[in-house]
Ligand binder design. Sequence first.
Ligand code: CMP
Length: 463
Amino acid sequence: MKRITLPLTISVVLLLAYGAVRLFLPNLLGEAADKYVRAVLLLGFSVVVVRAVSFVLFDIVFQKRKGREAPALLRVLLSTVLYSIFIVVIYKVVLGDKGGGLELIATSTVVSVVIGLALQDTLGNFFAGLAIHIEQPFHILDSIKIDNMIGRVEAVSWRTTTIRTNNNTTVIFPNSRVARDPLEVFRFNNLNRHILLVPAPYDIPPQKVISSIRDAVASIQNVASEKTPIVRIGSFADSSIIYEILYWTKDYMWVPDIDAQIRQHVWYIYRRSEIDIPFPVRHVLLEQQERPARRELPDYGSVIESVEIFAPLSADEKHAVVRSAVRSVFAPGELILRRGEAGDSMFVLYRGNVEVRLPSRDGNVQQVAELKPGSFFGEMALLTGEPRNADVVTLSEVETLEIRKAVLQEILDNNEELAGALSRIIAERQMRLDEYSKTMPEQDRQEKAKNILRRIKRFFSLN
Ligand code: CMP
């Protein structure tokens, strides 16, 4: 409003002053000076009119219709047109130019045509920019795909649109191209879907492939948690089934990174499940080949030896644990255990570190503990039959030995001491979890350990 009232006040004051001069000192201004003063006065009022029109059109009508601010470019354009009209009219009417105004219009038309032809491209870009500003098909931070190039919109000026690619380079498109060419817009903070193709061998049941890949994809950073990823058969190819992984992300620029992580996770999943990554086979082997010798297994005995709770076990029992344990390798950032899921095995860490974590109140995650080689996890659900208490996520590439319930059952039957040691550790871990989840520990540590021991005995039917 101040933009209108200020020139209005000045114009009114000037008008009053002019009126007073004309009334009391009619001879003060000569004829020529009088004309110029009137022209200045009218110019002042034209500022008021232009600003008022701009206010009504853009701040009231446009805002109400579109629900957002009008583009600055549009305001400037309207002001330029209105001022040009006012200047021509004042020149013609007030300064007493007879026919001169028409000449001016004619001359300016010729000049405009010449300038228009010279600036054809620039003007094309300018009007395309104007259309982009009005329609707003995309915003800053959105990602767009144009001419097979994907980048985040960094700036839209009168003439150009600038995007930043994943190579951290900027590509500048003339607005006329952006307005004319097909454009794919991936809105920032919108659930944008992407499809990644991954092969799997024909002899592995699709359900197995689908469930293991889906879980892995859901735990990857920057995959939107609002929508569960979908894994489905895409096609039957020459040497493999091609699976489609559909996932959603709120920032499309992460797609190459997410795809790479999915491929990495898939490699580890295949490795754990002893699935070979299929590749086209083009030759026929006729000779009998000897089976390759089994790879030497690392010294898992030493890691079982270093686990404190297994100290009471005899050498034979430790050997039995190592023999029956299932070895798995996990990628960095992979979710090994999910809070709330059922579990009937525990893990001994042979290589790499894992993090035990809980969701925090603000929706983030909080680290409860970091476990190093020689530690174990997953014992709580295994021993009590309750759901997993926390998420366990790898911090680096991790190798584990998984010990199943049946193996532990046998050992527990012969080692009362082991159940006691485990119940004490579980009680301690449970109290730490209670601290993080801010639930009041209802009993003290010893009482809790006794309680847990009772639950273990009941669950494993021990005396
Ligand atoms: P479980 O409940 O089966 O699955 C999650 C695992 O995280 C849990 O078993 C424990 O092994 C582990 N865990 C939970 N709390 C802690 C803690 N405070 N310190 C170390 N490990 C923990």
